[in-house]
Design a protein around this ligand. Structure first.
Ligand code: GLY
Ligand code: MN
Length: 449
């Protein structure tokens, strides 16, 4: 049962906290305009511990010796409101479906908090996101301190729970990996469709719509981040999301997108020719990025540092920049001077999970962190030649990034996005395939006998 997954996570969190109380808040709702709100997405930390997707909730975990409790404050059932917004879990649902030991209306939180914190040494809480919430918590603590003469005290230690929680979230559990596999499968299918749907003259927006249409019809409730569909020189802007240019016949197209599935997101980038055939000089740039990407993926295994993976790719990219005549001197000197930075200005990748740039440390003290089994890292080298004096003339306007999602396993790694073409010949073959997405559009939600 799903609630066992979340109770297991709460137990593991409480195993790692000291005696005390931990409080987590749901994501706020965001007004779009008038009385219309942006689509709601739960806070990743809150979801991780509760599986609860409604706004206006607070979770309280309490550990006192062997005694552990889980209390949920939620929006109560409101039949009048539910005519508009649908049925909510309410307090009964919080107990029955979400495994809370006790549940109260969210409006009772401020009133009940001093009781919850009375004579508790420690409070694990994240401040800084919501001033009302911060004020409620600090007022409760101060009210308890004022009762000292009655033998009452409030928490002495305030601890950020993210130190424990984000370390837990860094190494994915089997359910998270399963959800991520599905997110990757959906995203791969969408990229496959986009590669076949692209036509010179088409709008970037239309190609982005193909990607997101595929996400949605294959069961993803939302994108994990804004879709980047960048053609030609737009691909030299790392997070280009306006997607409002037309795709030229001789352009490369860079798509960087990810479907979310069960609150886990994929993150894939592919660069491919609008015409279906690679040509120079884009092909040479592409091959260097691909070589760097494959070398970095091969380096991913437990015990290797993030920095070593980054430097593996960097070495190949610098060899490429030298070979293409962009930079001169030894690779060691190019790296030492940072001469590559105008053309490769980001790191090799990031943790991936519930957030696209997922939580988890990149440093252990001052040292680059070592990869651990269960962590998922994107491997996404790129080379970018903006239209400026800094770029050699013949390469101006070329931007290439290739990105896969890589799970660190006990023996090495597993590429969760394996199988989506990335060798130039594979891409060309795929794009020339007879079963073009446009001609072969079929509903995937209806199974045919
Ligand atoms: N996919 C966007 C990024 O990694 O920043
Ligand atoms: Mn990425």
């Amino acid at each position: 049962m799903a609630s066992r997954l979340y109770s297991g996570r709460r137990r593991r969190f409480m195993d790692r906290m000291k005696d005390g109380v931990a409080i987590f808040q749901s994501a706020p709702t965001a007004s779009r305009n008038g009385d219309v709100e942006h689509p709601y997405r739960q806070d990743s930390d809150f979801f991780y511990l509760t599986g609860f997707e409604e706004p206006g909730a607070i979770a309280v975990l309490s550990r006192s010796g062997r005694k552990r409790t889980f209390t949920l404050f939620v929006q109560p059932n409101d039949p009048e409101m539910e005519v508009w917004t649908g049925r909510k879990a309410g307090m009964d649902g919080a107990v029955e479906k979400y495994g809370a030991n006790e549940a109260y209306a969210r409006t009772e939180f401020a009133e009940r908090l001093p009781g919850i914190l009375t004579n508790r040494d420690r409070l694990y809480v994240r401040f800084g996101k919501d001033t009302d919430f911060d004020g409620t918590v600090t007022r409760a603590i101060e009210a308890l301190k004022a009762e000292a003469r009655k033998g009452v005290f409030g928490p002495w230690e305030l601890i950020d729970p993210r130190r424990i929680l984000w370390d837990m979230r860094l190494c994915k559990d089997p359910q998270e990996i399963k959800a991520l596999e599905k997110a990757c499968e959906i995203t791969k299918a969408a990229f496959g469709s986009a590669m076949r749907a692209v036509r010179p003259g088409m709008g970037e927006w239309e190609l982005a719509a193909v990607v997101e249409f595929e996400f949605r019809r294959r069961g993803s409730p939302r994108i994990g981040f804004e879709t980047i569909c960048a053609s030609g020189a737009n691909a030299t802007t790392l997070h280009y999301i306006s997607n409002d240019s037309r795709i030229g016949a001789d352009y490369l197209v860079l798509i960087d997108a990810g479907a979310e599935y069960q609150m886990m997101t994929a993150d894939i980038s592919r660069t491919f020719p609008a015409s279906g055939r690679f040509s120079e000089p884009g092909l040479t740039v592409y091959k260097w990025v691909l070589e760097a990407q494959k070398a970095a993926i091969a380096a991913v295994r437990p015990g290797v540092t993030y920095r070593e993976v980054h430097e593996t790719a960097l070495n190949v990219l610098c060899r490429g920049l030298k070979s293409m005549g962009v930079l001169k001197g030894s690779v060691a000197k190019i790296i030492e001077k940072g001469a590559y930075q105008p053309f490769f200005m980001h790191r090799i990748g990031h943790w991936l999970g519930s957030d696209v740039h997922d939580v988890g440390a990149y440093f252990d003290g001052s040292k680059s962190i070592r990869l651990r089994p269960g962590a998922v890292i994107t491997i996404e080298p790129g080379l970018y030649f903006p239209v400026s004096d800094k770029s050699p003339e013949h390469l101006r306007g070329i931007g290439v990034r290739i990105e896969d999602d890589v799970l660190v396993t006990s023996k090495g790694n597993r590429v969760l996005t394996e199988g989506l073409p990335k060798e130039p010949a594979e891409i060309e073959k795929w794009m020339a395939g007879p079963d073009s997405w446009w001609d072969g559009l079929k509903p995937v939600s209806i199974k045919r006998g």
